[in-house]
Design a protein around this ligand. Structure first.
Ligand SMILES: Cc1cc2nc3c(=O)[nH]c(=O)nc-3n(C[C@H](O)[C@H](O)[C@H](O)COP(=O)(O)O)c2cc1C
Length: 164
């Protein structure tokens, strides 16, 4: 595994401006992916973590909360998978099978698969989740919500690598 800071600048640039795939598989073998662009790489409880934020109405949240213990982040660089990111960021896995939009392949360490042919990957074990508390939010933050406050998932980075 690379150090968790491997290609961090390019990864964050692409995550924030173009999006990435958050993919999860739970113990019932249900797999789903959705586009994210908000997320953090950092250091917590003595371990590297990827922190992802998921609104309650996402099907991905249902899959995560139904017995998943991992998720993966697959980041394409330089405009690759533009259409796939757009579809996975606007259509729900409740209505379409996202395995027909992207190709999943086995991750190295965790049960959740990765999206094939991306450029930077994080494989994460879920250590903790908590919903953001709306009543504590100042107006700048509150403007992003209609009571659908994100759930925050802290995923310990077990693997970080590029596509080679
Ligand atoms: C560029 C982009 C970034 C997004 N980032 C997030 C995010 O960080 N968190 C979130 O909950 N939804 C985010 N979304 C919305 C979800 O991807 C979208 O609602 C998706 O259809 C949910 O799929 P699901 O119902 O299969 O989980 C984003 C959408 C786009 C297009």
């Amino acid at each position: 595994m690379e150090n968790f800071t491997f290609m961090l600048d390019k990864g964050m640039e692409n995550l924030s401006s173009k999006g990435a795939f958050l993919t999860v598989k739970n113990k019932a073998d249900i797999v789903n992916t959705m586009t994210i662009s908000w997320g953090f790489v950092g250091f917590m409880w003595t371990k590297p973590h990827f922190i992802t934020v998921v609104r309650p109405q996402r099907y991905t949240k249902e899959v995560l909360d139904n017995s998943a213990d991992s998720f993966t982040i697959s980041i394409p660089f330089d405009g690759k998978f533009k259409e796939e990111l757009a579809i996975c960021g606007t259509k729900s896995g409740k209505d379409i099978n996202k395995a027909e939009i992207v190709t999943f392949s086995a991750a190295r360490t965790v049960e959740s698969p990765i999206v094939k042919d991306c450029d930077l990957y994080y494989e994460c074990k879920i250590n903790f989740t908590q919903q953001l508390e709306g009543s504590l939010m100042p107006p700048f933050v509150q403007q992003f919500y209609e009571k659908d406050y994100h759930h925050v998932y802290f995923g310990e980075i077990l693997e970080c690598y590029g596509n080679h």
